[in-house]
Write a protein that binds this ligand. Sequence first.
Ligand SMILES: C[S@@+](CC[C@H](N)C(=O)[O-])C[C@H]1O[C@@H](n2cnc3c(N)ncnc32)[C@H](O)[C@@H]1O
Length: 224
Amino acid sequence: MAEIKHKSEPDTIETEFKNEKDLIFFVGGILKKIQGWCSLDKAQKLVETIVQTKPELCVEIGVFGGSSYIPQALALKHNKKGVVYGIDPWTCEDALEEMKDEANIGWWGTLKIEDVYKHCLKNIDYYQVNDYCKILRDKSENVVDTFEDESIDLLHIDGNHSEALSYKDAVMYLPKLKSGGHIFFDDIWWMEENKVTTRKAIVYLLEHCTREDIVEDCMILVKN
Ligand SMILES: C[S@@+](CC[C@H](N)C(=O)[O-])C[C@H]1O[C@@H](n2cnc3c(N)ncnc32)[C@H](O)[C@@H]1O
């Protein structure tokens, strides 16, 4: 995971681009500076989907430092419309809920997550995407009623990867997605105790959606 410092850089940076290609090139260059795990291929797919489909409402569950969130916000800025909600409680307690793997428990248990939250907010300012961002600092299950049924155009599920909570996210948020809307579901092969914890959620989503693509460990689905 990248460590961020905008040391000796200006307070903000120019983020208006002539075309989609320039935007994707820029996004490729900033991923290493943003704390998180979003790969270039996944960021590119998010940006392309947003530029092509021109969504009004995007929702990301699990934001961390913003490595997948900021590319979405930049794509909305490029479209000059839309908003991306970022839902994350940014607490170690919530990150650890249902977690079984000792190495993961150790990592999250010692993380200074308040610094990650501040880093995310700083990135929103730095990349000048405030007009396209809304942060909800809470668990996904607590804020689901923020969204009307069939209102979300693009949903990125990348929060708690336990079987219980990833399944809950899928079941609670699917009705909020428009028919024809996109879901990016991350970590489709997340393992704990020799079991793929996200499988139950994926199986559920595949009953209601059509698989469009898989980019690394992220499945992209379209709601039927
Ligand atoms: C894998 S990280 C997200 C990575 C980010 N999308 C990226 O690409 O870098 C998972 C995030 O989910 C958050 N999280 C944990 N439990 C959650 C919950 N119940 N609701 C929403 N977010 C949650 C954690 O705080 C953590 O920041």
